[in-house]
Design a protein around this ligand. Structure first.
Ligand code: KG4
Ligand code: ZN
Length: 341
């Protein structure tokens, strides 16, 4: 079954074709970073308008590059939520209409289920059950995963998501949007332990997270270190390093706790922040200690992309799921409410 995947939930137009027999046949991504960078964050209306401009040309481009035509498609999967309502409606409208025109089935996919299953696209995919750490711009969640649609939320952020904290700290340090990869790059030049920031909520039982206090500590530290309104470049790098270490070690402590709590020995990380090299390094060490294994997707499938939507859609379509002709998107949508396949 060849499934066209369409991702338009935020600021990236992602298109891919996944074949249940041959794997990924092609994918393409158009990032709107340049459009939103001058505002320091995503402007939803501009995101929707740009998805309208880019989605159909990108579908055509990916089909051509894969030596396929629309008539080769067996189904269409599109992100139906969570995300920005206008942006979601673009992908859903195009995806559902294309499927209707071609008289093939369509399915609305949960964006975080897409992220969660992205490591399955790698040559050595994990087996169920596992613990998943989902770390994106909008979500920080620990989930016990026993199969597709068998999700138990173990803990989540009570305030900012990990990616959001990275983005806000990036802004405070005067870095361009999105801050995550920029803070990570700056942190490489920083010295560890020059600035020690709190590891939020690690001394409390449970698996929830909170990153807003950490963000405030970073803001206060930046204020204190300013000289004539400016931050010395090495100080900025040391702050970036201190912040990244605090986020990474907090995530690692909670991941270890989740593995112990569930008795499972497989951990997967997914979502934009799972591209962070320091997080991967620290978690590799943590799973060794607990005789567990760590899995993640290649960087381009950690951040938003069409491949994860095509894959998640294909799994549900093969199980017989279909979305009817009504075009429905869900800006807020709980992962636990998904059906089991
Ligand atoms: O999954 P994603 O592409 O979009 C959402 O579903 O939110 O995640 C985007 C988030 C942004 O906050 C971005 O700054 C962060 O992932 N991110 C990173 C890195 N790459 C992307 N954060 C830290 N280190 C990175 N290397
Ligand atoms: Zn995402």
């Amino acid at each position: 079954m060849k499934v066209l995947g369409i991702e338009t939930s935020c600021d990236e137009t992602g298109i891919a074709i996944y074949d249940s027999e041959q794997g990924l046949l092609g994918d393409g991504l158009y990032s709107q970073i340049e459009i939103h960078a001058k505002y320091g964050g995503v402007i939803p209306e501009l995101a929707s308008r740009d998805h309208i401009r880019k989605t159909i040309p990108l579908i055509n481009q990916v089909l051509t590059e894969s030596n396929l035509t629309r008539l080769d498609l067996d189904a269409v999967a599109y992100t139906a939520g969570p995300g920005l309502v206008g942006a979601l409606l673009v992908g859903a409208s195009i995806g559902r209409s294309l499927a209707m025109g071609l008289e093939i089935p369509a399915i609305g996919v949960h964006h975080m289920e897409g992220h969660l299953l992205a490591p399955m696209l790698e040559p050595d995919p994990p087996d169920f059950p596992f613990v998943a750490l989902l770390v994106s711009g909008g979500h920080t969640q620990l989930v016990k995963v026993e199969g597709i649609g068998r999700y138990e939320l173990l803990g989540e952020s009570l305030d900012d998501a990990a990616g959001e904290a990275f983005d806000k700290v990036g802004k405070m340090l005067g870095l361009p949007y999105p801050g995550g990869p920029q803070v990570a790059r700056l942190a490489l030049k920083g010295v560890a332990n020059v600035f020690e920031f709190p590891r939020p909520m690690v001394n409390r039982p449970g698996l929830d997270f909170s990153f807003s206090g950490l963000k405030t500590s970073v803001r206060n530290k930046i204020q204190k270190e300013l000289i004539n309104g400016k931050l010395d470049p090495q100080t900025a790098a040391d702050i970036a390093r201190g912040f990244e270490d605090a986020v990474v070690s907090t995530l690692a402590i909670k991941c270890k706790r989740a593995l112990e709590f569930t008795g499972l020995s497989t951990l997967i990380i997914a979502g934009g922040v799972s591209a962070n090299l320091q997080l991967r390094k620290v978690l590799e060490a943590a799973v060794l200690e607990t005789q567990s294994r760590l899995y993640y997707a290649q960087p381009k499938y950690c951040t938003d992309n069409g491949a994860m939507i095509a894959y998640a859609g294909a799994m549900r379509l093969i199980a017989g799921e279909r979305t009817d002709l009504e075009i429905e998107v869900r800006p807020r949508w709980s992962l636990e409410s998904l059906s089991t396949i």
